[in-house]
Design a protein around this ligand. Structure first.
Ligand code: 57M
Length: 358
């Protein structure tokens, strides 16, 4: 909106000419989202407290978490509001990808909201049934899967480090899109178990994809780097910028000891948005690296549950997801969180290196 206004003005006043640039609008989207979260954060937390939207803590969990009971949750609403407003202000609203990414993000936010809402009404840690959650996730992921298949019509996969290997998946690409979006959404949700543990790496991942969006949307640079050129994907950098801003703003309040948790409304939507950006930019496989922490957390659960069932009660980790394992080993919460962030930065750098090492 703001972008369109400024762009209309640019023909009149040369100063506004600069608002044509994605880079500048991405910076302003980041700052706008950051400002919204900073300004509204304390109010949202007070509102959640007033309505007693506080976290219930599972009895079977690490004891160190019992003191977190009652911490306001559903702070993800703040992230979604900031991202949506900043994107609508600074992105080109004639771009299909912008509407698609907003739809997926808000759609998964809605599923998370329902889940959180039911948990709070029932006052226990069970929200939507796993089945209902999965069906809704599948339905919301189906939209980008179908739209991208027919709109981009590039069903080739790009494998990091192997530029000559680009297998064509055909309609199977839709299945891959579904898997990536639903999988990433759930992986981020599983990671969201310590203060700042999900939002830190998620912000770093969106920062990484911000770069990928810009590069894949730029014909000359994409050709130079021999990465797929996706016309219009550059605009998604504005959305990623908004998410980076909202992520940093949310971290301000979610940092240890957290004043607020994001809830499923935050974790499910962030993960789905990340998966969708990966598919739009045709940087799907490298998501394993960019979101490596989320992958490892999800795998720790899969292996733990599988092994537990196979051996009738034996465990690989002291507790899954992986962050609980380190907690039970005696690592302090801030130590686990900061070490996970450090790993996320390393993974981001490694994934950026795949642009050149092809
Ligand atoms: C939700 N959510 C936190 C908060 C957050 C299959 C199974 C492994 C699933 C898994 C699970 O349900 N994971 C997803 C993780 C919860 O946080 C809320 O949930 C939202 C995200 N969805 O925004 O609203 C708790 O996490 C802590 N937290 C923080 N700071 C934050 O910023 O400290 C969250 C955000 C909060 C708070 O304590 O209450 C959660 O963990 O519930 N299940 C598990 O993770 C359980 N693992 C388990 O059962 N493992 C088993 C194996 C055999 C599957 C095992 O290893 O023995 C653990 N969950 C908990 N305690 N809380 C068990 C121990």
């Amino acid at each position: 909106m703001l972008y369109h206004l400024l762009y209309a003005l640019h023909t009149q006043v040369s100063l506004f000419n600069v608002f044509r640039y994605i880079t500048l609008r991405t910076i302003y989207a980041t700052l706008t989202a950051l400002l919204i979260t900073f300004l509204l954060g304390p109010r949202v937390i007070r509102l959640l407290q007033r309505h007693q939207i506080g976290q219930h803590i599972r009895a079977e969990g690490p004891q160190s978490h019992f003191s977190k009971a009652g911490t306001p949750t559903m702070g993800g609403i703040l992230i979604l509001f900031a991202v949506t407003v900043a994107t609508l202000c600074w992105a080109d609203l004639t771009n299909l990808y912008i509407w698609l990414i907003l739809l997926v993000t808000l759609g998964f936010g809605f599923i998370g909201f329902m889940d959180d809402y039911l948990k709070l009404i029932k006052k226990r840690n069970k929200g939507l049934s796993a089945r209902a959650k999965f069906i809704l996730q599948f339905l919301f992921a189906l939209i980008p899967a179908v739209v991208l298949y027919y709109y981009e019509y590039n069903t080739r996969l790009n494998i990091p480090f192997f530029k000559a290997v680009t297998p064509d998946l055909g309609w199977g690409y839709m299945l891959l899109t579904l898997f990536i979006i639903v999988g990433t959404s759930n992986a981020v949700n599983l990671t969201d178990g310590l203060d700042g543990l999900a939002i830190g790496p998620a912000t770093i991942a969106f920062g990484t994809y911000l770069l990928f969006c810009y590069l894949t949307g730029h014909l000359k640079i994409a050709n130079y780097l021999q990465i797929p050129y996706v016309p219009g994907s550059g605009e998604v950098a504005v959305f990623c910028g908004a998410l980076v801003g909202a992520g940093i703003g949310f971290l301000w309040f979610n940092a240890y000891p957290a004043q607020v948790f994001m809830g499923d409304v935050g974790s499910l939507s962030l993960g789905a948005a990340l998966g969708t950006v990966a598919v739009i930019t045709k940087h799907e496989i490298v998501l394993i690296l960019v979101g490596g922490l989320f992958v490892v957390e999800a795998l720790s659960v899969i292996f733990q549950v599988g092994y537990f069932k196979m051996t009738h009660g034996k465990r690989i980790f002291r507790m899954a997801p992986l962050h609980h394992h380190f907690e039970l080993k005696g690592w302090s919460e801030p130590k686990i969180i900061v070490r996970f962030w450090i790993i996320a930065v390393i993974l981001s750098l490694l994934s950026i290196s795949t642009l050149k090492l092809r």
